[in-house]
Design a protein around this ligand. Structure first.
Ligand SMILES: *[C@@H]1O[C@H](CO)[C@@H](O)[C@H](O)[C@H]1NC(C)=O
Ligand SMILES: *[C@@H]1O[C@H](CO)[C@@H](O)[C@H](O)[C@H]1NC(C)=O
Length: 194
């Protein structure tokens, strides 16, 4: 009974306050309800996109289209696809009726012992590594031994103890301290890796 009352109340709020959405768009779970109200008869045409001219979100009804991976739709007089913001990425196509931004947030490599390995792109998450110069190694060895993708794997680091006289090399192996060791992974000091 309370759930029904709440739903009814929600409908009234959604129906009577269109302005409430101009600073944001409805959550994906509320889109169908909102779609039925705004685009009567064709709820899947409901779109809520950022209007770059007016600096707020615009709701309208139009046959949906999808943008390529790495892109999302905004509204600038008409629908227009642009690249994901630097902090987000989108590995697959995105329907114009489903989101007003790229859905995935890029990882930051800020857990204990982590440092940045490679900046992500519009379609890929950031990659992290453990700071072997401070004795940090991966808890779970990642698929690629040199770097780890937080959205797909556990990228936690721990302090790996080496025997006296040994230090971690870039491949996270304990090697004699006074001997130059060949490593497969790039040195942290080498700025070319980002
Ligand atoms: C907010 O959006 C509604 C529906 O899209 C529109 O009618 C209204 O004018 C907008 N308000 C502002 C302040 O842009
Ligand atoms: C968006 O449009 C596509 C294609 O018509 C449809 O499959 C999908 O269910 C729609 N999504 C929503 C939230 O209405």
């Amino acid at each position: 009974m309370w759930t029904r009352l709440f739903q009814a109340l929600l409908l009234v709020v959604l129906a009577t306050c269109p302005e409430a959405y101009n600073k944001t768009c409805p959550h994906i779970s509320q889109r169908t309800v909102r779609g039925h109200f705004v685009c009567t008869g064709s709820p899947t045409y409901y779109s809520c996109l950022f209007d770059t001219n007016r600096d707020n979100f615009k709701e309208y009804c139009k046959k949906p289209d999808f943008s390529a991976p790495g892109e999302y739709y905004v509204f600038t007089g008409s629908r227009r696809n642009i690249e994901c913001k630097k902090t987000t990425y989108q590995p697959n196509s995105l329907w114009s009726n489903e989101s007003s931004r790229c859905i995935f947030k890029k990882s930051l490599c800020i857990q204990i012992g982590q440092i940045l390995y490679k900046l992500g792109s519009a379609t890929e998450d950031t990659q992290c590594r453990c700071d072997y110069t401070k004795q940090y190694a991966f808890v779970v060895p990642p698929l690629n031994i040199c770097s780890c993708t937080p959205s797909e794997e556990d990228c936690s680091c721990y302090i790996k103890q080496c025997e006296f006289g040994y230090i971690l090399n870039a491949d996270y192996q304990c090697k004699p301290q006074n001997q130059k060791s060949e490593a497969k992974c790039i040195d942290i000091e080498n700025p070319g890796y980002i």
